[in-house]
Structure formats: C-alpha cells, structure tokens
Design a protein around this ligand. Sequence first.
Ligand code: 4AD
Ligand code: MG
Length: 432
Amino acid sequence: METIKIKDAPQHVNERVRIGVWLTDKRSSGKIAFLQLRDGTAFFQGVLLKNKVAPEIFDLAKHDLRQESSFYVIGEIHEDSRSKFGYEIQIEDIQPVDESEDYPIGNKEHGIDFLLDERHLWLRSKKPWAMMKVRDRVIRATYEFFADNGFTKIDPPILTGNAPEGTTDLFHTKYFEQDAYLSQSGQLYEEAGALALDRVYSFGPVFRAEKSKTRRHLIEFWMIEPEMAWMHQDESLEVQEKYIAFLIQKLIDDCSEELQILGRDPETLRPFTETPYPRISYDEAINLMKESGMDVQWGDDFGSPEETFLADHFSKPVFVLNYPKSIKPFYMKNHPTRDDVYVCADLLAPEGYGEIIGGSERETDYDTLLKAVKDAGLDEKDYEWYLDLRKYGSVPHSGFGLGLERFISWVTLQDHLRTTIPFPRMLNRLYP
Ligand code: 4AD
Ligand code: MG
C-alpha cells in the first residue's frame, strides 16, 4: 500500500492508500461519518461507513477525533462529483498520531485581531493556505520572468548605511561602533549591479518604520527591484507592464482554484494580461481630478482617494509619469526640459488598490546627483560609493520596485496587506 498526498489522489482512484492528515471538521449520523481532512497539499473528505469498519474505528471517528488531531487514514480513493476537489477517501482504518488540544480557531467567524494572534495556527485554514499558494506562484513567476529576460539576481545587503527612500521611517540599529539601518530598498546596490551585469534584480524583505496605520502599509514587506543599464524610462515601463501581465497570466493558468477560494474570479483578471497599460502625466492627472471637483493642487502627493480615482478612470493599471521633485527621492533623473519634475512613474492598480510599483530613470550626472544628495540632507560620505557609479562610465539606467504584498492584495481582492504575508509586521504587531 502506497503512502500518498491528498493532491495526488486523482492518480490513485480505486486504489487503497495511506495518507497522513489533520482533521478540520467532522459530522456524522447513525451509520455514516464524514471527516474533513487536510494534509497541507489539499483539502478533501473522508467517509466512514459503520458497517464497513471496525466498531472502535467508527467510534473513534464519531466521538474522539478532535479538530487538528493528526492521524493516518487508510482506505480507497473514490471519485466524488459533489465536492469541488472531485475525490474522497473511503476510510477503512485510522492510525492516531497526536491528539490535538482544544483548537482555538473554530469553523465560525473570528475577529481579525484574534486570528492574527493565532497566525501560526490560522495559516492552516483554507484562505491563508490559498494565499500562501498564490504568493509562492507569484514569487516563482518572478524568477521565471527575470531569468527569461536576461536578468541576473543580485542580493543587496539588509544592514546598510544609506536611506534611499528618506530618513523619516528608518529602523536604526548599532553596527558595532557604527550606526546602521535595516534596508528600505536595495535599489542603490542594484544600480551598482546593473553597471556590472547589465540587467539585475533583487527580491527580499525591506523595512520601513512607517507610523501611519493604513491597510496598504506593512513595516516589513518584500520588494522586487529590477535595474537595467543602457535603458531609458519608456523602455522600463514596457518591462514593467510585461512583468505584471506575465504574473497575472501565471495566476490564471495555475492558481484559479486558490484565487476562487480567496474570492477572486480569475476571469476578471484577464483584461490585465493585455498591454500596454495607459500612461498619463502627473500634470494631466491633477487636471483630471480638478475637473471632477476634487480638492487637489499641483505638488500634492497622491493618497488613497486620488490613486483610486485615477485607476477607476481607466479600469486598467495606469502609469502616472513625471511627479514633482518635492515628493520623490533624490536619485531620480532630472527632466530634460523641466526643472520641477523627475523622469519617473508609479503604476497604480485598478479596483482601489493604489500604487503597486514605484520607479524611475536614475540621475547619471555626478554633480547633479551630489547636489541632490546634499539637498536631501544626507551625509555625502555614506554615498561616495554610489556617486562613484557616475564617475566611471556612467550610462542611462532605469529601474523600479514592485511591492509584493501590494500586488497580491490587489489580485486576491484583500482589504488589507496583512493577509498576504505569512507573519505580518505592523505598527502594533511583532507577535507571533
Ligand atoms: O515607491 P517605493 O518607496 O520605491 C522604492 O523603494 C524604489 N527604491 C524602488 C525602485 O525604484 N527600485 O516602494 C516601491 C513599492 C511601492 O510601489 C509599493 O508597492 C511598495 O513598494 N511599498 C510598500 N508595501 C508595503 N508596505 C509599505 N510600507 C510599502 N511601501 C512601499
Ligand atoms: Mg512610491
């Protein structure tokens, strides 16, 4: 008899197998007991018929098995057209492994704070399970996309002395005698990488001590940061939309079940596999909003209402180009004909999900960049190595950062980023 995983049940129809499982729920009548089972690979049902199993096994199933107890089931795999999974096991025998204590998460509604306190257990439930599958597929698709398009993965350090995204939300720590920060972004290191390897990307955790408590902000999140040498901003936008369309296509192809568990009909994602995405300038965006009666001024940074308005206007992801310098970081390329904006773009997701990508062409001129470093109030000593990149064969280069959790929360229609990451770090949450 073979020991298998639930997900492989379709290949074992009418075979007698053994599967290690946990109990998620059960119900029974006089002659039949139904066990809802999971093994980490899938969820399905086990059926016990009173007249087909030993009395003590039927009794065990009916009375003693507790939610999240672990055991082996032995029985025959049958097709089950009534269930979504399509297969069930007709159980002949049960071999207990561990009896669960009173499991805190019941098959009922719980408050979000309670569930987050129990996140280490909540991960076993169906929606978190589906979410982790989606997240894994997006990560794998990311590696596929960049490998297929000539990128080399370069891992930036986590402990660093620089602050590319501003000094207000840094996590400070001592690095022996020196001061250090947890990385806000690997970008500056990716720029060094691009000048060495042409097209590079990083994928890793970044940290922002954001005091704002919003559904779009995590303290620790994961970012994908590509950087491309010999590339201007227009071409970078093409890479960005192709990448997003590729991720969505992979989810439609491989995760339709998981998307449905999470409440997203995969077909509603299909329009977003079509590129190009619309592009508008920041100036045009401001005018559009003013025309519709919104209270905005040129120079304002966009918050959630502005981003939602813009993406709704296009019902597609939309690139907003050339933001005012005052609201963007120092490393962005100065505009060739205007001194009030940078050559940059954010990609805003539709359906109210806001900014998912921030990116720009990078300033290549040594003196311009040095001045920008100083104007940003940064210590030029910490950026000498970065300025060096403009001394030895500086070339046009561009890059961007995709917030993994922002992207996933959009495609799975979550109302908060906290459900898209295994163990969220938020303003008031370091546990578990
Ligand atoms: O716009 P940001 O700050 O850009 C950068 O860090 C650049 N260095 C990227 C680059 O050009 N290489 O962040 C990029 C993306 C945002 O568009 C958003 O999706 C996500 O990271 N993000 C966050 N996600 C979760 N929680 C937060 N606190 C986030 N802050 C930014
Ligand atoms: Mg941004």
